[in-house]
Design a protein around this ligand. Structure first.
Ligand code: DGL
Length: 282
């Protein structure tokens, strides 16, 4: 797997000497999808303190307007960086990154790593020249995706599908619920039924939730289709931008969920498996 990341190191190094060893890396998503990125960041930087922030009060982003998403992401990240003073913010969400990354970089004085659809590696992998892209409805309509297509896959065919059902399926799976196979089949058929879709051999998982249901998708697409997403590349970029920094934990890593009410126990159990031992509302 490989990645495309929008990772200009704005702010990187400027406050290097002043970075506290316990300053966390803040990993942000609308829900639990960013855990697929967190998992790779942990492998790359096992000692790094991490705060995982899920905007569950705003989930799903994929069915919202650009203005709604940009306002939520910029507002929340502004408040979170004020409160937690992270050394780096990783926006582990394709929808938020393709819409709001530029804006957030304008206002926050902290290095920011974004997540964008891994079209470049998919273009290198495909043998048939036909690539499928599964993302949220908001992501698949972004000009940012058009630009990636023109830059890296101009000589390929890129078939896109916005699949909100897969976000729900991934959230349900993480809560320990069974994934409805009809949702998975629907997403696969929506790509396969487009002109040229029968030739798809590579599918970009352009939503951080989707690797959570990669097994189910693999069954639906069959053995000749490979999947690509950005998590490993993002982790490498996080490691590059924090190279040479020191880490120490003052407290267990935690997850923040926006909204009110108790965080379901099923989430807590899973979050603990990702090393997030405390769960709080934000
Ligand atoms: N995980 C997010 C992404 O990568 C979006 C899911 C949603 O909130 O719709 O796009």
């Amino acid at each position: 797997m490989a990645s495309d990341t929008m990772n200009a190191p704005r702010g990187a190094g400027t406050a290097f000497a002043a970075i506290a060893r316990w300053a966390p890396i803040l990993v942000f998503d609308s829900g639990v999808g960013g855990l697929t990125v967190l998992e790779e960041v942990r492998k790359a930087l096992p000692d790094a303190p991490i705060i995982y922030a899920a905007d569950t009060a705003g989930l799903p982003y994929g069915t919202k307007t650009e203005a709604q998403i940009a306002a939520r992401v910029a507002g929340l990240l502004g408040r979170m960086t004020e409160r937690f003073r992270p050394r780096l913010v990783c926006i582990a969400c394709n929808t938020a990154s393709t819409i709001a990354l530029g804006m957030v970089r304008e206002v926050l004085e902290v290095p920011i790593v974004g997540t964008v659809p891994a079209i470049k590696p998919a273009a290198a992998m495909t043998r048939t020249g036909v690539i499928g892209l599964l993302g949220t409805e908001a992501t698949v309509r972004q000009a940012y995706v058009d630009r990636l297509e023109h830059e890296f896959a101009a000589d390929k065919r890129l078939l896109r599908h916005g699949a909100p059902g897969l976000v729900e399926a991934a959230e349900a799976k993480l809560r320990g619920e069974t994934v409805d196979p009809a949702i998975i089949e629907h997403a696969a058929n929506a790509l396969r039924s487009q002109p040229g879709g029968e030739l798809i051999d590579t599918v970009v998982l352009a939503c951080t939730h989707f690797p959570l249901v990669e097994e189910e998708l693999a069954r639906a697409f069959g053995p000749d289709v490979r999947f690509v997403h950005g998590a490993q590349g993002i982790a490498r970029q996080v490691a590059r931008l924090t190279a040479g920094q020191e880490y120490a934990r003052q407290a267990p890593d935690r997850a923040l969920f926006t909204g009110a009410g108790d965080v379901p126990d099923a989430y807590r159990t899973k979050l603990a498996q990702y090393g997030l031992l405390e769960v709080q509302r934000f």
